[in-house]
Ligand binder design. Sequence first.
Ligand code: NAD
Length: 532
Amino acid sequence: MRILVSDDVQVKGIEALRANGYDVDVKKNLDEDALVKIIGDYDGLITRSMTHVTRRVIEAAKNLKVVGRAGVGVDSIDIKAATEHGIVVVNTPESNTLAATEHTVAMIMAITRHIPQAHNSLMAGHWDRKTFTGIQLQNKTMGIIGVGRIGSRIAKRMQAMEMRTIGYDPYIPKERGEQLGVELVDLDTLLKEADYITMHTPLTKETRGMIGKDEIAKMKDGVRVINVSRGAVLDINALAEALKSGHVAGAAIDVFPTEPLTKDINPFIGMDNVVITPHLGASTVEAQEGVSVDVASGVMAALRGEPVPTAVNMAPIPKQVYARIKPYFDLVERMGILGTAISNGAVTGVNVEYIGDLADVDTGLLTMATLKGILNPILQDSVNFVNAPDLAKARRMQVQETKKNSDPEFVDAIRLILQTEGGAVHTVVGTLFNKGEGKIVKIDDYRVDFDPNGYLLLIPHRNQPNMIGQIATILGQAGINITGMQVGETAGSEESIMALAVKEDIPSDILLKLRGIDGLLDIKVIHCEPQE
Ligand code: NAD
């Protein structure tokens, strides 16, 4: 079998492929036309982010069975087109974890003992033993925002330094925190109590700009801030101000809202209480090797027709099963996204009830897609169809499927029931209209009827005159186009829920205005589109 490697991939993985009898060509810098011309000859393709595997490339790839991405992000690959053509896409989600963890540790130590500054001073000919007095980590508090793969490893390492570890991660249950020795607290408590604050969340709608001026103001005097996650999670200009005033004693930053960070946008130039590195979190020999070896083994497994744990899309499904479940696929994933949005925090139990039409079908893949939807807003592209059940398990979610031939409320439907750590139970019911159009027909106790597409505003409110008018006026004045609207009611209740579909995201000042409307009980903006 022939494999094309079209970007820089470390040699170990290529050697592994050759050692297993694969015929490997390395051809770099191919544009779309050049790739289209030759791709028909290959069974496998391995890329990094430089090669764009477009629909045109996929359609020309008559023999292609697998695309391997040496790395995490798969934005450069048209996953939908690949799935439609039965091509498995694999990536290497875990190979950077240790490298990023250890870089974070190095950054913590560097700002604690002023290593780069002392080094530079000595290299400049000074013997200065006064300026660079550090502090001790023992008995200090490390605040970890995002206790996932990297955050949990940071906890372990900082515990070895005899630090107290506290964490803010609303999506993992207390029990998981206890297991890791991390006391889970709310964000305000973490900001107030931590001597060090380190960020390890993905970049999501919620985490973008999560640590800005107001959050920094809540931090302890003399706090130290570290970010090796994603640049846009932290407002670096607000951080620079706080470093200047001395409120923040030190900072170590590896990732920036705009990369590369050029001189003109670097707010830290000339500061001596900062250590910055040019996105080096994943830059270790072992991580680069790991990425190449992992992608090679994923590609080989796919070519042998074995299930691949790092597959991003689904392996080919038997035709008869696919025909029955296909129309529901997209719907359940969107139901999962909605479920997370209305659950406010850690989900501990997931029950997917298949009612009527689907009661006698193998619905395992639909449950998988539902889990992907539930985890997608929290974990972004590190969750996929294949790893969603394992991730749910690791996050202590009890997952269950129920089949019902009949139900007092619905004939053919899927009811997603989410149990939350706080004890609340939330429900989303979806069904298909016109044999293919997904609709949400119930949210908690409210009967609704809307398409789960684009941006959705869910607005529980008191039943009183002019609620719709006031909301529509504010959105209209802001130039936001409402593309659908539905009010769901519960018999005998004084409250209703409004579901508004809009084309674009709602700016925060407009949200604030909406929140000021008397009788409006809550407002949630949900981006219903799944991330690949
Ligand atoms: P992960 O998905 O394993 O963990 C992320 C954690 O963040 C999860 O536990 C999730 O529940 C939590 N989270 C999500 N939304 C949150 C919120 N609003 N508030 C608090 N917690 C929230 O991810 P990971 O593999 O640990 O990676 C963490 C980050 O590090 C990612 O952004 C990744 O892109 C980045 N990273 C950077 C480098 C680098 O070179 N600097 C290398 C590897 C990873």
